[in-house]
Design a protein around this ligand. Structure first.
Ligand code: PHE
Length: 472
C-alpha cells in the first residue's frame, strides 16, 4: 500500500540485517588489532563484561525506543521525550559522519579484493610482487583510485538501500551474512593450520591478566570504544532498525542474539587474523595496530604461497560484505529520517530519490577523506596536531572518528540511559517489551544497568575517549 511505513519481512531477516550492521570493519579489523595491542586475553574478558553490562542495556533501549515510536532516531526522541528531544540528532549526525570514512575503508577492501584476484589469475592489476606497505602507500597517494573505489562501494550500498527495508536491506543481508560466515570459516581453517599458529591461539585464550595490572584504564577505554562501535550503538541505527519491527517480536531475545552473534564473529575474526599474523609475521605483526588489515594481512597472504591470492580474495570479499551490511544501516538511518519527515508532513517520501541524494552527500564528505589518504596527501584538517587516533598522522578520518565515535556516540548512549531510566521510566519502557505477552525477564538487571552502571560506565568511557583522542 502506498504511504504505509515499510517493515521487516520476518524476524530472521531483521536479525540478519541487525547483525549485518553490527558485524563490520569493527569486528574483522578493529577487534583483532585492538586485542593484539591490548594484551589478548585480558582485552577479551573486559570486552565481554562490557558487552553484558552496557551493550545489552543500550541495545535493548534503542530497539525498544524505535519500536515504541515507530520512527527513526530523530523522530523517536521528539515523540517520546520532553527533555531529550534533540538526542536523536546526535545519533543521526554521527551515523552520517561515520559514513565519510567507513565508505573509504570499504572501498580499500574492494581494491584489495581486486588486487588479490589479479594475483590469482596473473593479471596486470595484481600486486606485482610489491609488499603490503608499498601497496597501501601507493593506494593512499593515488587520489583518483581511492575516490573511485569509494564511489564503487557507495554505489553498491546505495542500490541496496534504494530497494527498501524488506526488499533491499533484508534481502541482501539474508544471503550475505551466511555467506560471510562460510568465508570466515574457510579463512580460519587456513589460518589456524599454519605452522606457528599455536602462539597466536595462546595469545588469545591463555589466561593472562598481567596487561590489566599494567594498564587497566587503557584496556577498559579501548574495549569500551570498540564495543560501542562494533555493536552499532549510540548512533541511531538500532532505533531505526527497531522502528521497522512488528509488535509481535521479542525485543529482549533479539537484543541478546545480536550481541552474542557480533561478539562471536569478532572472536572468529580474531581466530582468522591473529594466528596467521603470528605464524607468518611473528608476534610483532599481530600487534601491528591499524596497519593490520591493509598491510600486515596482505603480507601474510603473500607469504602463504600459491593459495595466498585465493585466500586473499575470499578474505577481502568477506570484509567487503561485512562493511556493506554496516554501511547500509548507516545510510538507512539518514534515509529514514527524511522518509519520516515527509510522512509527518502528510506526504510519503520517494525512497529511491532520498537514498540517491543522501548517498550523493555522503560521497562528497567521503571524497574528502579518500583524497586525504589518511593524511598522506597533506590536506588541511581541522584541529590539526590535536589527535592521531589510529597512529596515523592527523587526517580527516581521525577527525570524523573523534567527532562521532569519540564524542557523540558515548554521549548519545549516556543520554539515552538517562532518558529511559529517569524520564520515561522503566515501567513504561517495560510495557513496550511485554506488549505481545513476553515477560520482561531482565527487568531488575536492566533497571540497575540503565540507571546506574551504564551511565557511570559511559561517563567514564566518554572521559577515556576524550583523553585517548588528546582532547582533555
Ligand atoms: N558496527 C560496525 C562495525 O563493527 C560499524 C558501524 C558502526 C555500523 C556504527 C553502523 C554504525 O564495523
Amino acid at each position: 500500500m502506498e504511504g504505509k511505513r515499510d517493515s521487516w519481512g520476518n524476524n530472521f531477516g531483521f536479525l540478519m540485517a541487525a547483525i549485518g550492521s553490527a558485524v563490520g570493519l569493527g569486528n574483522i579489523w578493529g577487534f583483532p588489532y585492538k586485542m593484539g595491542a591490548n594484551g589478548g586475553f585480558a582485552f577479551l574478558i573486559v570486552y565481554l563484561a562490557l558487552a553484558v553490562l552496557i551493550g545489552f542495556t543500550v541495545m535493548l533501549g534503542e530497539l525498544t525506543i524505535g519500536r515504541k515510536s515507530g520512527k527513526g532516531a530523530v523522530g523517536a526522541y521528539v515523540a517520546l521525550s520532553k527533555h531529550f528531544k534533540w538526542v536523536g540528532w546526535l545519533g543521526a549526525l554521527s551515523a552520517f559522519l561515520i559514513m565519510s570514512f567507513y565508505s573509504v575503508l570499504g572501498g580499500y577492501c574492494l581494491k584489495y579484493m581486486v588486487l588479490n584476484f589479479g594475483d590469482l589469475i596473473n593479471a596486470s592489476f595484481g600486486s606485482a610482487g610489491q609488499n603490503g606497505g608499498d601497496i597501501f602507500g601507493a593506494l593512499l597517494t593515488n587520489q583518483a583510485e581511492s575516490i573511485m573505489y569509494t564511489l564503487f562501494f557507495m554505489i553498491i550500498s546505495c542500490a541496496i538501500v534504494m530497494g527498501g527495508i524488506a526488499g533491499g536491506i533484508e534481502k541482501f543481508s539474508k544471503f550475505a551474512m551466511p555467506a560471510l560466515f562460510v568465508l570466515l570459516v574457510i579463512v580460519i581453517v587456513r589460518s589456524v593450520t599454519l605452522d606457528g599458529a599455536m602462539d597466536g591461539l595462546a595469545f588469545m585464550f591463555k589466561p593472562n591478566i598481567e596487561p590489566l595490572k599494567k594498564d587497566f584504564l587503557g584496556v577498559l577505554s579501548s574495549a569500551s570504544g570498540q564495543m560501542f562501535f562494533s555493536l552499532s550503538l549510540g548512533m541511531a541505527i538500532m532505533i531505526t532498525y527497531g522502528s521497522y519491527l512488528p509488535k509481535k517480536e521479542n525485543l529482549e531475545r533479539n537484543s541478546f542474539i545480536i550481541i552474542f552473534s557480533d561478539t562471536f564473529i569478532a572472536i572468529l575474526a580474531g581466530l582468522a587474523v591473529i594466528p596467521a599474523a603470528f605464524a607468518l609475521g611473528g608476534e610483532g605483526a599481530a600487534l601491528a595496530g591499524p596497519k593490520l588489515l591493509y598491510i600486515t594481512l596482505q603480507n601474510v597472504f603473500a607469504a602463504m604461497g600459491s593459495i595466498g591470492p585465493l585466500i586473499g580474495v575470499l578474505f577481502y570479499l568477506l570484509v567487503a560484505i561485512a562493511a556493506i551490511t554496516s554501511a547500509i544501516s548507516l545510510i538507512e538511518t539518514t534515509v529514514t529520517f527524511f522518509m519520516d519527515s515527509a510522512e509527518s508532513k502528510g506526504g510519503s517520501g520517494n525512497r529511491k530519490v532520498i537514498a540517491f541524494i543522501v548517498s550523493l552527500i555522503i560521497m562528497a564528505e567521503a571524497t574528502l577523506v579518500a583524497a586525504d589518504g589518511l593524511g598522506s596527501n597533506g590536506l588541511w584538517v581541522p584541529f590539526q596536531k590535536s589527535f592521531g587516533v589510529h597512529g596515523w598522522n592527523d587526517c580527516w578520518l581521525d577527525f570524523m572518528d573523534v567527532m562521532s565515535e569519540g564524542i557523540m556516540m558515548p554521549l548519545g548512549a549516556l543520554l539515552m540511559c538517562l532518558f529511559i531510566g529517569y524520564e520515561y521510566g522503566i515501567k513504561k519502557f517495560g510495557e513496550e517489551i511485554t506488549i505481545a505477552g513476553f515477560p520482561f525477564r531482565s527487568e531488575a538487571f536492566f533497571s540497575l544497568c540503565c540507571r546506574y552502571i551504564a551511565p557511570i560506565g559511559l561517563a567514564f568511557v566518554l572521559w577515556g575517549q576524550l583523553k585517548n583522542f588528546g582532547i582533555v
